[in-house]
Design a protein around this ligand. Structure first.
Ligand code: TUI
Length: 319
């Protein structure tokens, strides 16, 4: 299998590892890039020095292509933009906003820019300002999400733009990957399955929550008052549900609590392992994920799994 995107990124597998805040560090992204996927360091809300350390760590692991995800709601976003340019990072993905104001600098630096988008309108706007591809991320994904499902979003974005579309949200195995390609995607981005990679430094408690999750165990929090976030049900999500119900009943609700749901509660679970009071962001596909494997095993399983599903279906459809 060959594609434009594999050529211009120089990757062996058309698979991106999602740039997850706190989880996608230099070790994980380095392992994914080394094994032939596109490893992406998650900038999240981290300050410049932390992201820089992760970039240096990754460069020790591999000299293959990698990306940095710039979370546009971060208080350090301007510093991270400076950093990726200084470090000669070849690929940036962006999340949680519109990267238009940084576009000129990215392009001047010769970077490949791939925003994550939750709608056709934003995909079109991004194509107009000259991005190289878009990640269409459905609401099955973990973390901060839009409103559309992967099935509906990917299909409509593929029809609306002429740049490559990478599908994200709800993809954790070969069958899901094959489905995304049938919708017209040229690559997939996978998050939750890489959280449990052997090279992932996420706390064992966090990994266990994903390994044990069933299909119905994630919920959306802060959907009506803050930034909608999907995570595994726990004490924190129940508190948010309550706060949301209370806010609905008030004329002037205090919305500061909803800010908290964001990246603020993430290190408590990812680093400290407090999976009851911390935010355990994960996608709806967590129910399918049942073992810890190396990044290389995950990439191979996705790719070869997709190949097997495609071959089986082609045979059934053409005979
Ligand atoms: O960004 C993500 N996932 C994330 S970011 C994150 S840290 C955080 N946590 C809570 C609240 C805020 C940040 C955890 N997970 N995925 C990509 C993504 N981008 N999902 C949705 C969007 C998005 C939303 C609106 C992209 C663009 C957008 O544009 C609005 C506009 O400005 O037009």
């Amino acid at each position: 299998m060959k594609s434009k995107i594999m050529d211009f990124l120089g990757i062996k597998y058309p698979i991106f590892q999602g740039g997850m805040a706190w989880v996608a560090d230099g070790d994980l992204a380095g392992a994914v890039s080394k094994a032939g996927g596109l490893g992406i360091i998650g900038g999240g809300n981290a300050p410049k020095e932390v992201v820089q350390k992760n970039i240096h760590k990754l460069k020790e692991i591999t000299d293959r292509a990698f990306g940095v995800n710039i979370m546009l709601l971060s208080p350090f976003v301007d510093d991270i933009v400076d950093l990726v340019i200084e470090e000669g990072v070849k690929v940036v993905t962006t999340g949680a906003g519109n990267p238009a104001k940084y576009m000129e600098r990215f392009k001047e630096a010769g970077m490949i820019v791939i925003p994550v988008i939750p709608s056709v309108a934003l995909a079109r706007r991004m194509e107009k300002i000259g991005v190289d591809a878009v990640v269409a991320e459905g609401m099955e994904a973990g973390g901060h999400i839009g409103k559309l499902t992967t099935m509906t979003l990917v299909r409509q974005v593929v029809e609306a733009v002429n740049i490559p579309v990478i599908a994200a949200g709800g993809i954790a195995d070969g069958a899901g990957m094959a489905a995304a390609f049938c919708l017209g995607a040229e690559a997939v981005q996978v998050g939750t399955r890489f959280v449990v990679a052997k090279e992932s430094n996420a706390h064992a408690n966090y990994k266990q929550k994903i390994l044990k999750a069933r299909d119905i165990d994630t919920v959306i929090s802060a959907q009506h008052f803050g930034h909608a976030v999907r995570s595994i049900k726990n004490k924190l999500t129940r508190a948010f549900d309550e706060a949301e119900r209370a806010a609905f009943k008030q004329d002037n609700p205090d919305l500061t609590i909803f800010e908290e749901m964001g990246a603020g509660r993430l290190p408590a679970s990812v680093i400290d392992g407090d999976v009851e009071n911390g935010s355990v962001m994960a996608g709806q596909i967590a129910g399918l994920i049942s073992k810890e494997e190396t990044a290389e095993e995950i990439l191979k399983d996705l790719y070869e799994g997709a190949q097997a599903v495609m071959a089986k279906e082609v045979k059934r459809w053409l005979e």
